[in-house]
Design a protein around this ligand. Structure first.
Ligand code: GLY
Ligand code: MN
Ligand code: MN
Length: 533
């Protein structure tokens, strides 16, 4: 109700400006989007991996409320975008392993999409609708999403239904999820619990059970976990017999319902050439922004002002979004791994850790630089910075086809531990995790922490980050002179046959080059705005 009233009032107020709608202006738009052939190729690749007599269901993400009748800017489900190029909500894509024979012809995919609605489109923008999805995205069988519930699609007849779980806050997707649950006879279960059960079943071994129990221990206290019989049976006695029992009972209850995450890890973890091009652009844009921020940074600037320069440069080059909430942390804030408040009004003469990456046509960069706002590293900051740099250099050498992914982590811990011992910050190698608490690398692509294999070897055309860091918050058990130093250097690489290609080359990494860049002039030095009254 509310929204329509608001819309009506605003509609009347804006009537005069609507005249411009009748004029046609030729638009200049980006020309480097993924093609419909790319998306069709990805659907075929999934089909090849799917088991016999199976169907994969990929939902759009729901809309999320930002405030009252205003939503957050919509972000497409990367899986749906990957397989279709569709960027709207209220949609579900069905990909069948085998050709299906229907009354109006054969098909191996069905797409139910958001309807056209001129009144809504006047407010929130054009929708592709059924015809647009046929012509622009190249699908044959496309319907309005309202038709999904009553369609003749019977998911119970398939041996395997691949899907990705259903979020608790279903929002505008509720109707589609409910129709799916009915069509596939999905047992009622909390999606978090389902996801945890699936993880335990996929990755649990008698050996790693204690680690898994430790990882999930906070969740096991939640009522939805306590009320789930499968979960309880396992939690009360987490041994290898219970794990085997859990697997049997889970399969009985969930039958042919399978999370498609394993297939997605294989598909999205190794990039197609078109994807590499888009990631390159996202990273180049982000690196140019990092370089400009280095030139512009001054001790009297605020964390948010620096964030604003990044975002301006990203937009200047056509990046639609940020790949993740920008992290701009001065001094102590640099020791908070995912600090997002960016609230400090003057960064002063401190080190500023900036982990900021653009998203370009859906693909994210992930780049971190740590910069002294006054252009000079102190001796202690320089020592820590150099150590992080050395670790990164060692890891780059391992980034090539065939190297076990976990060697990157081992090498990082080895270099950082030795360095921290030499500096007198720790005394034994196993203390390294106190000051280096995260991992050195993750896949990167449509998600900043992308789907991909972590267990096996690196493969050509994987795109990963290399991001060692050291964080020494005040109060740490080492000489005070090290306190509040937080350094991360994060770069993005494409894995090649014999070496990797470093994508983030436009942002200096060596401490000497960082200092030089900070001494340089920036176009933003000239930005003068009137003080607020
Ligand atoms: N920017 C998040 C990360 O580095 O993983
Ligand atoms: Mn990262
Ligand atoms: Mn990052």
């Amino acid at each position: 109700m509310k929204i329509y009233k608001t819309l009506l009032v605003a509609a009347l107020a804006c009537a005069a400006s609507l005249q411009s709608f009748s004029q046609t202006v030729s638009e200049s738009l980006p020309t480097d989007y993924l093609t419909k052939e790319f998306h069709a190729g990805r659907r075929d690749a999934l089909r090849k991996m799917m088991p016999d007599n199976s169907v994969a269901i990929i939902f759009a993400y729901p809309e999320r409320v930002f405030s009252e009748d205003v939503n957050y800017a919509y972000h497409a489900n990367p899986d749906l975008y990957y397989f279709s190029g569709y960027k709207e909500t209220s949609a579900v894509l069905l990909i069948f392993k085998d050709m299906q024979h229907g009354q109006d012809g054969d098909y191996n995919e069905l797409f139910f999409v958001q309807n056209r609605d001129p009144q809504r489109e006047q407010w929130t923008g054009k929708r592709l609708g059924v015809e647009g999805v046929k012509t622009k995205l190249g699908f044959g069988k496309v319907y309005n999403s309202e038709e999904f519930a009553n369609s003749s699609v019977d998911l119970k007849k398939f041996s395997t239904v691949l899907y990705d779980g259903i979020p608790e806050d279903e929002g505008n997707m509720k109707g589609l999820y409910n129709a799916f649950k009915e069509k596939a006879a999905v047992p009622e279960i909390n999606s978090e619990v389902l996801s945890t059960l699936t993880t335990i079943i996929q990755y649990g071994t008698p050996k790693n059970l204690p680690r898994i129990m430790d990882y999930f221990k906070a969740k096991f206290e939640l009522p939805e976990y306590k009320n789930n019989q499968l979960m309880q049976g396992f939690i009360s006695k987490p041994d290898s017999a219970s794990l085997a029992d859990l697997k049997v009972k889970f399969n009985t209850q969930f039958g042919g319902l399978v999370m498609y995450s394993d297939d997605m890890k294989q598909l999205r973890g190794v990039k197609q050439p078109e994807e590499v091009e888009l990631v390159k652009k996202a990273v180049e844009i982000s690196s140019i922004a990092h370089a400009e921020v280095m030139r512009a940074i001054k001790p009297n600037m605020s964390e948010r002002e620096l964030q604003g320069i990044f975002e301006y440069v990203h937009k200047k080059y056509g990046a639609e979004d940020e790949g993740y909430p920008p992290i701009v942390g001065a001094g102590a804030n640099g020791c908070i791994l995912h600090y997002e408040e960016n609230n400090v009004t003057e960064v002063k003469n401190q080190l500023v850790l900036m982990d900021v990456g653009a998203e370009y046509h859906g693909y994210s960069a992930d780049v971190t630089r740590t910069v002294p706002a006054n252009g000079k590293f102190t001796e202690e900051q320089k020592a820590i910075y150099q150590l992080v740099y050395d670790a990164q250099e060692e890891v780059f050498k391992l980034c090539k086809d065939g190297v076990p992914y976990n060697q990157l982590e081992q090498k990082t811990q080895e270099v950082l531990a030795n360095g921290l011992i030499k500096l007198g910050i720790i005394s034994k190698a196993d203390e390294v995790r106190t000051y280096y608490p995260h991992g050195v690398s993750h896949h990167m692509g449509l998600d900043v922490h992308d789907k991909g294999e972590y267990g096996g070897n690196l493969k050509e055309n994987m795109i990963i980050t290399v991001e060692p860091g050291i964080y020494i918050p005040a109060g740490s058990k080492c000489d005070k002179k090290w306190w509040d130093i937080g350094v991360r250097i994060e770069d993005d690489v494409v894995i090649g046959k014999d070496k990797c290609t470093l994508l983030s080359i436009d942002a200096p990494r060596k401490w000497q080059d960082v200092e030089k860049m900070v001494a340089d002039k920036s176009i933003f030095d000239l930005a003068k705005f009137p003080p607020l009254k």
